[in-house]
Design a protein around this ligand. Structure first.
Ligand SMILES: Nc1nc2c(ncn2[C@@H]2O[C@H](COP(=O)(O)OP(=O)(O)OP(=O)(O)O)[C@@H](O)[C@H]2O)c(=O)[nH]1
Ligand SMILES: [Mg+2]
Length: 497
């Protein structure tokens, strides 16, 4: 791929995890990979150790033998894979050594590989080379990194899908069409006698509308993509003693957080991950929010409020056995403000329903409604739809103590974030933040084109924004301007000139 500096040294790394596994794999890639192999690998021939001449063996073959030290002592019995460029992941000469696991042995062999002329690979460097050498595009490279980092099965499935180049296919298609439009406009402007642009604006408008809706669809998946990859940040808040830590433990299915009947038990935020049918939740337990003179507790309260800002989901826990208090209302106000700013989802949990209920579901629902109204009043904004958004916050009655209603909460979370959409295997989901921002840029540029067309601006006006969209989309694939494609398409329109 043009425009990138090739790296020309030989890299090596242990590709498998450093645990006491049955087999560990050491991968070596680069121009000296075979030279390294010849220095350290021996086959047995009639009882004697001999060098293996890599030039004399076929690519994609496995060789049984030994790794030896500088003094020819045997370090381990191994299988070595010989993979010759360019039919390799990195498109460079590659060897893979399958050794007998064991952290000490594996490290020793890696050290030997390094002594023989390789250098340690940076994290992700094999993938980077695959990209630099044109084996995969950037969105695929990122997908590989996603595979490695996948936190759960769904994220993994999604990353693999991107590996198939699905995002790439869609984007390549749009780009080519954009370029054709540009070429056509430029050709017509150059040669008005032979090409005219009558009726062209309508055609452009409708084609662009198609691009815009495709880009929008990709963008719509971005949020969900992030949640799949990083997990749903679920922040549990409420006044002291409401049962937040108890809820955290119930969702985790073990006693992680300290629970006592003393208000103000939790002082610091506590984060734990839990897997909900393939969806990762990052559960955050926080200190009960109240006015306090205790310095340590105050820090905890501040942290709880900070946590709200990071939340994808807020679980607002209240205590059914006592009256709703000013504290509850203040916390609610804070939650509503956060919800408006960040778009976080909120569930109101009415806990301790096993006790005599002083606060009912209806009370809590009313408090939410009032909170909503006060919130709007305070900002002197009463917009249509505000009343709808009240019902956004659902109230769930539970008893954490009697483990009643926990599943209800879990089901609700699943339906809020992935209502029925998770199972759609054909869907392409954008996970990388970089993709998301480039897609938005392309969207923005195409909107400008639509505006210019509608305002009846001259045609050469469009080309700037069409090109801008083309470049943004290209950056997703790791390329900006594909000169060949540009030439080829321009030639098509400007033939004979
Ligand atoms: N009866 C009853 N008691 C509960 C229930 N859930 C929690 N509790 C009790 O309520 C008390 C407070 O629970 P915690 O989970 O520590 O409450 P918290 O909200 O984390 O409190 P702070 O950390 O102080 O803010 C404990 O004695 C719990 O056993 C419930 O559903 N029913
Ligand atoms: Mg607590």
């Amino acid at each position: 791929m043009s425009g990138y500096v090739m790296e020309n040294d030989t890299i090596a790394a242990i590709s498998t995890g450093l645990t006491a596994a049955g087999i560990s794999v050491i991968r070596v890639s680069g121009p000296d990979a075979f030279c390294v192999a010849e220095k350290i690998f021996r086959v047995k021939n009639q009882g004697k150790l001999q060098k293996l001449s890599i030039a004399g063996v076929d690519s994609h073959t496995v060789h049984y033998g030994y790794i030896v030290g500088e003094d020819e002592t045997i370090l381990d019995e191994v299988m070595m894979l010989v993979l010759k460029a360019p039919r390799t992941f990195t498109r460079e000469d590659t060897i893979e050594i399958d050794c007998h696991g064991g952290i000490v042995v594996t490290r020793r062999i890696l050290r030997r590989v390094l002594e023989a002329g390789a250098r340690p690979a940076e994290p992700g460097e094999f993938t980077k080379r695959a990209f630099l050498n044109g084996r995969i595009d950037l969105s695929q490279a990122e997908a590989v990194i996603d595979v490695i980092n996948s936190k759960n099965e769904l994220a993994l499935k999604n990353s693999v899908k991107q590996l198939n180049g699905r995002v790439q296919t869609e984007i390549v298609e749009i780009r080519e069409k954009l370029l054709r439009q540009v070429a056509r406009i430029e050709a017509a402007l150059d040669d008005p006698e032979h090409m005219n642009l009558d009726g062209y604006s309508d055609e452009l408008l409708s084609e662009n509308a198609g691009h815009l809706s495709k880009i929008k669809a990709l963008l719509a998946t971005a949020d969900r993509g992030r949640l799949l990859k990083e997990g749903i940040r679920t922040v549990i808040v409420g006044k002291p003693n409401a049962g937040k830590s108890s809820l955290m433990n119930a969702l985790l299915r073990y006693e992680r957080a300290i629970v006592t009947d003393i208000a103000g038990t939790t002082r610091d935020t506590l984060v734990e991950e839990v897997n909900l049918d393939g969806i990762t939740l990052q559960l955050v337990d926080t200190a009960g929010i109240r006015e306090t003179k205790d310095t340590v507790e105050q820090i905890g309260v501040d942290r709880a409020k900070q946590e709200l800002l990071q939340a994808d989901l807020i679980l607002f826990v209240t205590d059914a056995s006592v009256k709703l208090s000013t504290e509850d209302r203040d916390i609610l106000a804070e939650i509503l403000a956060t919800k408006e700013n960040s778009g976080a989802k909120v569930l109101a949990i009415l806990n301790k329903c096993d006790l005599e209920m002083v606060t009912t579901e209806e009370h809590l629902q009313n408090a939410v409604r009032n909170g909503m109204r006060n919130h709007s009043d305070a900002r002197e904004v009463l917009r249509e739809g505000d009343s709808d958004r009240v019902s956004d916050i659902e109230v769930l009655s539970v008893s954490v103590k009697e483990v009643a209603g926990i599943e209800k909460i879990e089901e609700k979370i699943k339906s809020i974030f992935f209502a029925g959409e998770l199972r759609n295997d054909d869907e392409v989901i954008i996970t990388a933040e970089r993709h998301r921002s480039l897609l938005s840029q392309a969207e923005e540029s195409l909107r400008k084109v639509q505006d210019s067309v509608e305002m009846g601006m001259p045609e050469d006006f469009y080309t700037i924004d069409l090109m801008a969209a083309y470049v943004s989309l290209g950056q997703i694939l790791g390329e900006e301007l594909d000169e060949d494609l540009v030439d080829c398409i321009f030639r098509e329109f400007c033939m004979g000139k």
